[in-house]
Design a binder for this molecule. Structure first.
Ligand code: NDP
Length: 240
């Protein structure tokens, strides 16, 4: 039977590409999103993938969301923790709220989703979890102490949880994308973006589909020996 996969932030950007790639590979996909109903509706119309609205920063909402997906589609065996936000500011200007929001969504969301699905994965003896980190969690970035801390935290979270899942058939891995052409990067001022692209050896931004390809590799049934790893997909920007 086809495995059920939940992709958080799965209705646009990198998440959309992941949702579509998983569907094409034969998974039954549930795409979660936060609030952009128009994009979610258009996504579902085009792809035929159902969209589920809940806030990954809200633990109870994640528990209810997983329950609903399981009732409608079947046991969740794959989770891609992709939902993420930025609230950039230098330390001088960063409000506590910008710290909390980014940590609660990007890192807290990983805990909430994994916790909500973990017992089921343990009981069935199978699970595939992929957490989307960032090159900026590996290298740091000016004006992003919140985002870099959350993404760096994802890498530690992945390594720790992978040890708990290792003997139970559950793999937990991370992907650290470099700069990918999505709405998130479109928000970067053009002059700053030009400087960023100049530092990417491949000479361009990455495509969302190039991250999705890594997800397919990590969630495959044949991937049982790959756990606790971070796959850097960044055009050669940092060779970790
Ligand atoms: P986008 O801003 O294009 O899309 C973000 C997605 O996450 C949307 O579907 C959004 O839903 C959803 N989302 C945001 N907050 C929440 C929340 N609280 N609960 C549920 N869903 C939420 O982002 P990208 O596609 O660019 O990025 C995807 C991931 O990849 C993020 O984790 C990001 O940090 C990471 N990343 C991106 C890079 C890039 O260059 N683009 C580089 C490195 C990492 P809605 O549509 O409703 O707003």
């Amino acid at each position: 039977m086809a495995r059920v996969a939940v992709v958080t932030g799965g209705t646009r950007g990198i998440g959309e590409a992941i949702s579509v790639a998983l569907k094409q590979a034969g998974y039954v996909v549930a795409a979660n999103y936060a609030g952009n109903d128009d994009r979610a509706r258009a996504f579902s119309e085009v792809t035929g993938i159902p969209a589920y609205k809940w806030d990954v920063a809200d633990y109870d909402a994640c528990v209810a969301g997983i329950k609903r997906v399981e009732a409608e589609l079947g046991p969740v065996e794959v989770i891609v923790n992709n939902a993420g936000i930025t609230r950039d500011a230098t330390m001088k200007k960063m409000a506590r709220a910008a710290w909390d929001e980014v940590l609660d969504t990007n890192l807290g969301g990983c805990y909430n989703m994994c916790k909500a699905a973990w017992d089921g994965m343990l009981a069935r003896g199978f699970g595939r979890i992929v957490n989307i980190g960032s090159i900026n969690g590996q290298a740091g970035q000016y004006g992003q102490v919140n985002y870099a801390a959350a993404k760096s935290g994802i890498h530690g979270f992945t390594k720790a949880l992978s040890q708990e899942g290792a003997a139970k058939g559950i793999t937990v891995n991370a992907i650290a994308p470099g700069y990918i052409d999505t709405d998130m990067v479109a928000a970067v001022p053009p002059e700053v973006l030009a400087k960023i692209v100049a530092k990417i050896p491949v000479g361009r931004l990455g495509k969302a589909e190039e991250i999705a390809r890594g997800v397919l590799f990590l969630v495959a049934d044949q991937g049982g020996f790959i756990t606790g790893s971070t796959l850097s997909i960044n055009g050669g920007q940092h060779m970790y």
